[in-house]
Design a protein around this ligand. Structure first.
Ligand code: FDA
Length: 335
């Protein structure tokens, strides 16, 4: 354990992000019950009713939500269409339960890497379903190879569906220029740091550089953007946003903070108590592996928690096996 703690954070982050792309490990992990308690911290459940229950809890706490039906990088049009179907069903269920319709989706899940026309049709179907219920659709941003295509497709669709928005990652060097264009277009932007492993040619490497970029883009969006979403758990940046808002008379109705399900719940509720709007990103679904690995990568201490819970459960399993073995005469853990 101590050895692990000494592994440089950035290397560990890189390793976890590489693992997040390994489909075979993902398939294995999603079948292992021992990872579940840790996963449940970040993922609202595998099925829609669990997500709806989690949202009810958020509602009672004065929080808002955006729902992510987990999945990404699909390999066929059929899988993309099935993912879009799940979104349409989610939107219908939110509306039926009297819950605000707000979803976040990834274009690689909608088939962008397989068939652009099919992807466009899938997203359009979701946008139409949301628009029919006065809802909002956010297009998440994936790694830097997807940025150009994501912005282009969203720009085509937003003409008919203005209640939609995109995401800008402070880690990318291009983002200052993107933010200026998006402000000029009156776009709704979610600003985040960026969750992917990127080459230094296109992205800032150190945390200090990423944080500086975030602070600068955040200020531009707060001062000139249209209802920006400040998506971070970084207290220093959140405090900075509040200072900017107060100095410039920007009321709580002009922007919102956004945070991930299961991360800094204390801070989410504190901000609500202080009168700010906070929206929680609520992921649900069976394809949680890449999302979960990115959450581990964001905070290496999470890896220690996971290891402890896995070791704890293995230990409990062995003890139970020994007890069973003592009673029945079978080999401990031999099933
Ligand atoms: P940072 O990583 O510096 O963390 C600040 C503090 O927050 C940490 O010290 C810790 O206390 C806490 N924290 C952060 N992550 C944690 C975790 N996983 N577990 C426990 N504690 C944690 N990215 C992307 O590339 N495309 C996207 O579309 C989105 N969308 C998105 C939506 C929303 C609502 C949020 C909040 C984030 C995203 N992200 C994203 C993810 C984002 O890019 C980033 O990886 C995470 O938000 C972590 O960065 P922070 O800004 O929190 O800062």
């Amino acid at each position: 354990m101590n050895g692990l703690a000494e592994v440089p954070e950035r290397a560990l982050r890189g390793l976890l992000l590489s693992l997040s792309r390994r489909r075979t490990i993902g398939r294995l992990a999603t079948h292992l019950p021992i990872t579940r308690p840790m996963v449940a911290r970040f993922v609202a459940g595998e099925e829609l009713p669990e997500a709806l229950a989690a949202i009810e809890v958020l509602r009672t706490r004065g929080l808002r939500w955006t729902v992510d039906v987990l999945g990404e990088a699909v390999t066929s049009v059929e899988l993309a269409t099935a993912a879009a179907d799940r979104y349409v069903a989610t939107i219908a269920a939110l509306a039926e339960h009297g819950l605000e319709v707000n979803v976040s989706l990834k274009l690689s899940q909608m088939g962008l890497l397989v068939d652009r026309a099919a992807c466009r049709a899938n997203v359009e179907r979701i946008l139409a379903a949301a628009a029919a219920r006065s809802g909002f659709v956010r297009i998440d941003m994936e790694d830097h190879t997807m940025v150009e295509a994501t912005l282009a497709l969203w720009r085509e669709l937003r003409v008919a569906y203005p209640e939609s928005g995109v995401v800008i990652q402070a880690a990318l060097r291009r983002s200052a220029a993107d933010v200026e264009s998006l402000i000029a277009e009156g776009a709704r932007v979610r600003l985040c740091k960026g969750a992917y492993k990127e080459p230094p040619a296109v992205a800032f490497v150190t945390k200090a550089e990423v944080d500086r970029s975030f602070a600068a883009l955040m200020e531009r969006l707060l001062l000139a953007g249209r209802y920006p979403a400040i998506a971070t758990h970084d207290l220093r940046l959140i405090r900075r946003a509040i200072v900017i808002a107060r100095e410039h008379g920007i009321g709580p109705e002009r922007f919102e903070f956004q945070m991930l399900y299961g991360v800094r719940r204390d801070l989410q509720e504190r901000l609500v108590r202080e009168g700010w709007r906070v929206r929680v990103y609520v992921p649900y679904g069976r394809e949680w592996y890449p999302y979960f690995m990115r959450r581990l990568a964001e905070r290496p201490a999470n890896v220690l928690f996971l290891l402890r819970s896995v070791l704890g459960e293995l230990g409990a399993g062995l003890q139970a096996g020994r007890r069973r073995g003592a009673g029945s005469g079978s080999v401990p853990g031999g099933e």
